[in-house]
Design a binder for this molecule. Structure first.
Ligand SMILES: *Cc1c(COP(=O)(O)O)cnc(C)c1O
Length: 398
């Protein structure tokens, strides 16, 4: 199987594509050609690398989690420390790439959607850095749930617009951002937060995130003189996972494992396990899997980690799953919460609740694997933002 996707129409096998209102097509076409030009431009890539190195602090460490490994008594576990990036997660990688593209296109106004607020904060950060006007759409309910991030975005100079339609959460924020884009095509760049949406976003965000997997390849060859046996990452829309997976796709001996959020259990209605439970559909500009009811209405996703509760998944993951190149599984809230504690206690690293899903998978499977099995876990972000959620569950007043 050749994984040189997408094709020129933005398809990953049968998934992806461009499903957008007629009025949006000119903006998407402009973006496709700007991206095709930029991705091959040395100036563009040099500038991006400059900011990765000097602003974000790349490369991020590949750290041997020795105490966790000894505690589990099986596979040797490495953590890719995206939590050490400026702003505390992998999202800065695709925000920097996209803001440089927006600048190159002569855009002066950036719009973004956000759920929990992490993508909004990362977008507001790069807008401050590049002196761009920033408008972030966030569901009214999410703003209420994530007050610290709402404040951060404003502090960074963004206009935060509460979305009052529908369920007043992430999916409605994406819809609102797309409507804004239609009306302001000339000066506005839509900075998307994951490997989703219409072409070219899934490919573009993947390219910007692939630096994670490229670094792992170099780092693990230095440390172990070979490639890992398995790579594990949590999956919301799928950007941190595709970033670490993609450079390894042709190395068939490296198993790729994506971990979705099982919430209260995949047989309840409270989860975000799109590949486990979703059906094919078209939403937010792409053909992919979505969790939906019998009438094709999108079901509101749920997870303890706000960053994993997107009702769909990037089209490339849909292809990787259906062709069996990657395997997808789900971890529930309480397993993720245990992992959050375990990694804090054993390694002095407080993981994001999203990343805790990947750590939980390692905790569950490593003891059954031989000691010479090398497993790399993508630690997509740090957990300082989650102490309020965890404190509430544990009855700790903060
Ligand atoms: C947003 C976020 C995720 C989920 O998004 P993906 O696009 O699936 O990577 C995972 N981890 C952290 C820390 C996040 O902030």
């Amino acid at each position: 199987m050749n994984y040189n996707y997408p094709n020129k129409n933005g398809y990953f096998g049968e998934f992806g594509g461009i499903f957008a209102a007629e009025t949006l097509i000119p903006a998407i076409k402009e973006l496709v050609s700007a991206w095709d030009e930029a991705k091959n431009s040395k100036d563009f890539l040099d500038e991006l690398n400059y900011y990765h190195k000097n602003y974000t602090g790349r490369p991020s460490n590949l750290y041997y989690a020795e105490r966790l490994t000894k505690y589990l008594g099986g596979a040797k576990i490495y953590l890719k420390r995206e939590d050490l990036n400026h702003t505390g997660a992998h999202k800065i990688n695709h925000c920097l790439g996209q803001i440089l593209l927006a600048k190159r296109m002569g855009k002066t106004r950036i719009i973004a959607e956000t759920g929990a607020g992490q993508h909004g904060v990362a977008t507001a950060t790069v807008c401050a850095l590049f002196n761009m006007k920033c408008v972030v759409y966030q569901g009214e309910i999410d703003i209420e749930r994530q007050k610290p991030n709402a404040f951060r975005m404003k502090l960074l100079g963004a206009d935060l617009i509460p979305v009052k339609d529908g369920s007043r959460t992430l999916k409605d924020a994406v819809t609102a951002a797309m409507q804004d884009w239609v009306s302001n095509i000339d000066n506005t760049y839509y900075l998307l937060g994951s490997v989703m949406g219409p072409h070219p976003y899934p490919e573009m965000v993947r390219t910007f995130q692939s630096i994670v997997g490229e670094e792992v390849k170099e780092q693990i060859l230095k440390l172990e003189n070979r490639l890992p046996d398995s790579i594990v990452a949590c999956v919301g829309g799928g950007s941190n996972a595709i970033g670490i997976f993609h450079p390894f796709i042709d190395y068939k001996n490296t198993e790729l494992i994506g971990v979705e959020a099982a919430g209260l259990g995949i047989d309840t209605k409270k989860h975000a396990a799109t590949l486990a439970k979703g059906k094919k559909g078209v939403f937010h500009g792409m053909l992919s899997y979505f969790i939906q009811d019998e009438d094709g209405q999108i079901i509101e996703p749920y997870s303890i980690s706000a960053g994993l509760d997107y009702p769909g998944i990037g089209p490339e993951h849909a292809l990787l799953r259906d062709t069996k190149r990657a395997k997808y599984t789900a971890i529930n809230d309480s397993e993720a919460l245990d992992a959050f504690y375990k990694l804090s206690e054993l390694e002095g690293i407080i993981p994001a609740l999203e990343s805790s899903h990947a750590v939980a998978y390692a905790i569950k499977t490593a003891p059954k694997l031989p000691k010479d099995h090398i497993m790399v876990v993508n630690l997509s972000g740090r957990g300082d933002k989650d102490i309020f959620t965890v404190g509430k569950i544990k009855g700790v007043e903060l």
